[in-house]
Every structure is written in C-alpha cells, then in structure tokens.
Design a protein around this ligand. Structure first.
Ligand code: FES
Ligand SMILES: [Fe+2]
Length: 344
C-alpha cells in the first residue's frame, strides 16, 4: 500500500532543512521529501542547499568540506558554489575549465527564525517562508526528532483532543486534570483559517466570538506543516512544531519549546539546543510508528472514526486539498466551524 495515497504529501513548500545552530563550518546532510540535501555556509556565512550528490561519481557532498566558501567533494575535490555550479576541478590542467554541465541542483534556501528553510518545489517559491512569529517573546529550547511515520500522522496527533489522557501518563496537563477531576463532557471547537485550522476548547459561544482567553488548549495548524500549541489554565506554555515530511512515511519533528517568557521583546531570537527526546514526544512517537506499520501493511480501510476525530479528519482533509493544489480555493467546501462534544 502506497502511504502517500493515504496521507498525501504537499510537494511544494518551504520546509525546515535544519535548525540554524546545527550548521557551522562543516557541511550538513538533511532530507526533505526524499531529496537528499547538503547545506553549507559560504564565505559570508549565507547558507546554501544543494542536491547531496557529486556530479562526478555520485559521492555525497556532505562527506566533503567547505573550502573558501565553496563546497568541496571528499573524493576528488570538485568544488561547488552556492548555486550548485562546479567551479573548480583540481585534476584539470592549466587553462582548462569545468564544463557548464558540471552542476548539481540547488534549492532556494532562507535562514530565519532560528531555522534553515528550503523550497522543495521545482517552480520558484511564490513568497518567502511564513514567519513563525512570537520568537522574541520567549527564550526557546529547540530540538529535532526523527519519526518513522507520515508527517500527517504527526500533525493529526497534535490536533487530537482525546489522546493525552491515555498516551501521556504523568507528562501532560490533560492527564493530570483527568486524575484530579475525572472524565468530563465538554466541547472543543474547530475553525478553518486561510492557512489551515485552529482547534481550541472549551468552545466559544458563537462563531463570531473570538477564541476565549480562558482556553485550556489551543492548537493552530498552518500549512504545510506548522503547529502552534498553547496550553492555558495556569500552564501558559507554548510549543511550536514543524512536521517535516522526509519521505512519504517518515518525518522529522522540529520542535521549539518556550522556556522563559520575556516581559519585553528580546533583541534577537534566543534558542538553546537540546539533544534530549522528551518523554511526551517519545510517547507519541512509539504509538504513531506502530500505526504507520499498520497503514503500510493494510492501507486505511480498517479505520473507524468517532465524533472526537473531527479535528484530525479536518486536518487530513486540508492537507489533501493542499497536496492537490486546491488550497485555499476549496476552503469553502469545509465547514468553517464545528463544535464537537466529547468526553475526555
Ligand atoms: S566523486 Fe566528487 S569529485 Fe569525484
Ligand atoms: Fe500527544
């Protein structure tokens, strides 16, 4: 079963290639949508993204070095500029030049908001990557987690209202609330936006009302892969995630966890790198990777859904429309607002 039929992948988009701090003097390999990409910095410090394959004998350029702002292959030393043109071949004799055909694909690459972003499409990007926003409000912890499941499964997971009580024992506010107060019947609300959707609870009284300030939890999904999670009710935490599709059934979670709020905007982006896999992420990862194996073997025919799954099915639909390049034109085919009664 072809997983990208079940969980469509948005082929053209700005995706995170790597956190900015991971790219220093040495080239760095990364993967976005089955593209093997090598990142490197030129002499001015600007980042570039090239196909990670030398056009001489196919060696991975990420095994090479950066020399004079150019990327040098580790096999015979062919050197590439930021556009992917081979500009130097050490074995050529005096006066000979590299052929015009000696080049590798380059990907548009932008560095902003503590990340390196690459454009995965073959057409030119219509606009730069959407800013994350709010970066100057907090000091952040930043990390990466590879997951053996489709990016859409990871996106759905973060919009899944009823899973934390079961999936996140002792690590999630909703679990503790359930321990203290037991299950309650309440309603969450979904609203479709120009760039995706927002989920929050409790539901607002009317669809024209703003999202209540007293929300317990709010999750914004912005195409192609961004989730902004905000925990209310005393916790007041913010987590920003990007579920980067590395292939049809693998992804990379790039996460930012707001540590310390700042009373006034910080002068720049403040990020602290973390190598740890937090328990709450590994709890989800194990469950999602097990589900991916079921989809791989059996397709999605076995699925049964209930009302509580409204939010995740909505996200799946939005991603499918965007993958067919029908977003936002088909936005009107989706219910702008749904209020979903659940027990959680
Ligand atoms: S394989 Fe890269 S220089 Fe020969
Ligand atoms: Fe979760």
């Amino acid at each position: 079963m072809d997983t990208d039929v079940i969980f469509p992948v948005i082929q053209s988009g700005w995706y995170i290639a790597a956190p900015s701090s991971r790219l220093a003097a040495a080239p760095l390999a990364c993967r976005v949508l089955d593209h093997d990409i090598v990142l490197f910095r030129d002499a001015a410090g600007s980042a570039h993204a090239l196909h990670d394959r030398c056009c001489h004998r196919g060696v991975r350029l990420s095994l090479g070095t950066v020399s004079g702002g150019q990327l040098a292959c580790g096999y015979h030393g062919w050197r590439y500029d930021g556009e992917g043109c081979c500009v130097h071949i050490p074995s050529l004799t005096q006066g000979a030049q590299p052929s015009q055909r000696a080049r590798v694909r380059s990907f548009p690459c932008v560095e902003q908001d503590a990340y390196l972003w690459v454009w995965s499409g073959t057409e030119a990007p219509p606009a730069p990557p959407a800013r994350i926003g709010r970066m100057e409000e907090y000091i952040w912890q930043q990390g990466t987690l590879a997951m053996q499941c489709a990016a859409t499964l990871g996106i759905e997971n973060n919009l899944d209202w009823c899973h934390p009580v079961f999936a996140h024992p002792w690590t999630h506010g909703q679990f503790f609330h359930n321990q203290l107060a037991g299950f309650t019947e309440h309603a969450y609300e979904t609203r479709v936006t120009d760039t995706g959707m927002v989920l929050f609870g409790p539901a607002a009284a009317n669809e024209t009302d703003p999202i209540p300030e007293s929300f317990w939890f709010k999750a914004r999904f912005d195409l192609p892969d961004r989730l902004t999670l905000e925990f209310g009710a005393g916790e007041r935490r913010v987590i920003i995630m990007h579920l980067v599709p590395t292939g049809a059934d693998t992804c990379r979670l790039e996460w930012l966890n707001a540590l310390m709020p700042s009373s006034k905007p910080l002068a720049g982006v403040r990020v602290r790198w973390s190598e740890e896999e937090s328990t709450v992420f590994s709890q989800d990862r194990l469950l999602l990777e097990s589900a991916q194996r079921a989809y791989d073997r059996e397709g999605a025919e076995f699925e049964n859904s209930v009302g509580a799954d409204t939010s995740t099915l909505l996200a799946r639909r939005i991603i499918a429309l965007a993958a067919q390049q029908r977003w936002p034109s088909a936005r009107g085919t989706l219910p702008h607002r749904r209020v979903v009664a659940v027990r959680a």
